[in-house]
Design a protein around this ligand. Structure first.
Ligand code: PGA
Length: 252
């Protein structure tokens, strides 16, 4: 088992000063948590280079990117520029972006471009409340995994993170039951095994969970190989909570 991956998604919740303070406080507190995995903090775009400048053990990720590296695309952000800045990961297809009109086709293109720019894409997939009510979870996961279809696995070393985020529990304070998390992981693995040769993805693919993860439930999310990491929104906005979650993961 690889050491756990912890990704903080700060969305548009913190000011510039708050982001910098929180990031530095996480760096300072990290040694005491005993956490030996990888931690990635995703602030909004304007904070990226300032956080990269002070980063030591904590990596910096972006919350989105465009699929072209350069050109007349007002307001978009180039994956190549993110990589140049020292950003390591980029979230693609977060449900909050899908809700604003992001298409499956766009997500697939962003994922492929992020990979070729040398970033680790964090592909978010998961069913909405309505899809949950209609028992569509497995079908939705399988369909959203088609975003990987545009990826040419050239080196076999490409790193990809898939985040299962049931949209209906995001920001609600209560994660889905561990049995559902394990089931979703199985669905994702089975779908990928059906589509790709076993050695193509396995080594560098991580499946993580997001949706109301906090210090109380994070150990359950990762225990016994349920998931290999967590994508955390609300509970990642306070330094003490981040450090408490990382301390919990020391035992995983
Ligand atoms: P949450 O958000 O932890 O507040 O549920 C997770 C996410 O949106 O990635």
């Amino acid at each position: 088992m690889q050491p756990p991956l912890f990704i903080a998604n700060w969305k548009m919740q913190l000011s510039f000063t708050e982001s910098l303070e929180c990031f530095k406080a996480i760096e300072r507190g990290l040694p005491q948590t005993g956490f030996s995995g990888r931690i990635v903090v995703c602030p909004s775009f304007p904070m990226l280079s300032s956080l990269v400048a002070v980063s030591q053990r904590v990596s910096v990720g972006a919350q989105d990117c465009f699929w072209e590296n350069r050109g007349a695309f007002t307001g978009e952000v180039s994956p190549a520029v993110l990589a140049d800045l020292g950003v390591s990961h980029v979230i693609v297809g977060h449900s909050e972006r899908r809700a604003l009109g992001e298409t499956e086709e766009g997500i697939a293109k962003k994922l492929a471009s992020a990979l070729s720019a040398g970033l680790v894409p964090v592909l978010c997939i998961g069913e909405t409340a309505e899809e949950h009510r209609q028992h569509q979870r497995d079908r939705v996961l399988s369909r959203q995994l088609e975003a990987l279809g545009a990826v040419e696995f050239r080196s076999g070393r490409e790193q990809i993170v898939i985040a299962y985020e049931p949209v209906w529990v995001i920001g609600r304070g209560q994660a889905v039951p561990e049995s559902d998390i394990r089931h979703a992981r199985e669905v994702i693995l089975t779908t990928l095994r059906e589509r790709y040769a076993p050695d193509r993805l396995s080594r560098n693919l991580r499946i993580i969970y997001g949706g109301s993860v906090n210090a109380t439930n994070i150990r359950g999310v990762l225990s016994d190989g349920a998931m290999e990491g967590a994508l955390v929104g609300s509970a990642s906005l306070k330094t003490e909570q981040v450090l408490a979650m990382l301390a919990e993961l020391r035992h995983v």
